[in-house]
Design a protein around this ligand. Structure first.
Ligand code: GLN
Length: 190
């Protein structure tokens, strides 16, 4: 659990409800031995600043390379993206998507939306709830990125290898199937 800033504690509670314990990661050494990583929502600019001058970025990229299960939500998606637009911002380039920050406009800064399930093998039912808080919009996806759920035309839950990325906040929905999916990927779901 990247715990530099943002709503990592809500993720920690949601994972605890699934019987999964989390290590709060603030330094590169905290990543020793983790089974996976959550990159929570918050402010991506602040998180980037807090990672500067530490070994966190190369260590996170090493986890991506060895396909450790990751859950990125909202600002976490912005951190992992290959390109951030409006405004342009540095990013780790681990997830082959381009995102626009705060893309849903003022009236939709924060909203709860019904999302259309696209990947029925991964998610139950036809609809899931998505809590959006000053969310980014995924504006382009590379060929290796699967879309699991959409909001209208926009991909809002995607997967690339072991990275699950949601522009919304599954940790704020009761019993989100997105958390179930992540926990299954961690191998703790049974
Ligand atoms: N708007 C935030 C950012 O650009 C993301 C918001 C969130 O994580 N809820 O980093």
């Amino acid at each position: 659990m990247l715990a530099l800033q943002g709503d990592w504690a809500a993720h920690e509670r949601a994972l605890a409800a699934h019987g999964v314990g989390a290590v709060e990661v603030r330094t590169a050494a905290d990543l020793d031995g983790v089974a996976g990583l959550v990159l929570p929502g918050g402010e991506s600019t602040t998180m980037l600043r807090l990672m500067e001058g530490t070994e966190l970025v190369p260590r996170i990229l090493a986890l991506v390379r060895r396909r450790a299960p990751m859950l990125a939500t909202c600002a976490g998606v912005i951190l992992l993206a290959r390109e951030v637009r409006r405004p342009a911002q540095a990013c780790l380039g681990a997830l082959d998507v381009a995102v626009e920050r705060n893309a849903y406009g003022r009236q939709l800064d924060s909203s709860v939306a019904e999302l259309e399930v696209v990947d029925h093998a991964s998610l139950p039912g036809d609809r899931i709830e998505g809590v959006f808080i000053r969310a980014p919009r995924i504006v382009a996806c590379g060929a290796g990125v699967e879309v699991l759920a959409r909001r209208g035309a926009d991909p809002v839950l995607v997967r690339q290898d072991a990275i699950l990325a949601a522009t919304f906040h599954p940790e704020l929905s009761h019993a989100s199937p997105v958390l179930d999916l992540f926990v299954r990927a961690l191998g703790n779901g049974r």
